[in-house]
Design a protein around this ligand. Sequence first.
Ligand SMILES: *Cc1c(COP(=O)(O)O)cnc(C)c1O
Length: 217
Amino acid sequence: MSLADITARVEAAIAAAGRSPGCVTLIAVSKMQPDARVAEVLREGHRVFGENRVQEAAGKWPEFRDTFQDVDLHLIGPLQSNKVRQAFDLFQTIHSVDRPKLANTIARIADEEGHCPDLFLQVNTGEEEQKAGVLPADADDFIAQCRKLELPIKGLMCIPPVDEEPSLHFALLAKIAARNDLSGLSMGMSGDFETAIAQGATHIRVGSAIFGERDYD
Ligand SMILES: *Cc1c(COP(=O)(O)O)cnc(C)c1O
């Protein structure tokens, strides 16, 4: 698939859901992709990208930014407290705020730096042991805590369990967001972004469908 194919599928899914054109941000997930492929997508005019490691992003995006203006970079993977300041320099949005300690660190560094990326709070909708995010039952409290810290919370994010029907997880995330007056929903990946759009996703994170399989060597 190419970027144009995916963009067309996104637009079709938005129309099928009766939503307004442009209401979904396509985040092209460039982690573990060859620089040449990423440059190709940049040359096609796309500017919104996602990375799941601070270190990997630091290794390639400053250089891409020298060549391509207005890159909008999203952190979609786990963030350690000691990398928060570096993440502030690299990313316009962080989708993986997943615990109170991290929220506190972000608030302190936002204070020191005088700015803060947009934030999504990650919810572990499948209650998986190995997965990051707050449990659904703790989400309301966590959102309230983050609001008390005056963090710029735009919405919620989830990664459904690989072996489960994603729509149940998307519905749960949308429900938690609605009752907390949050409009952003970061949900949907290569295999299920159309379902996510039907259920109200505002940000979809699509990697392999745009770039091809990742290169883990
Ligand atoms: C890698 C990754 C994606 C993209 O996955 P694809 O299946 O390649 O589209 C989306 N979200 C997160 C959090 C990821 O780590």
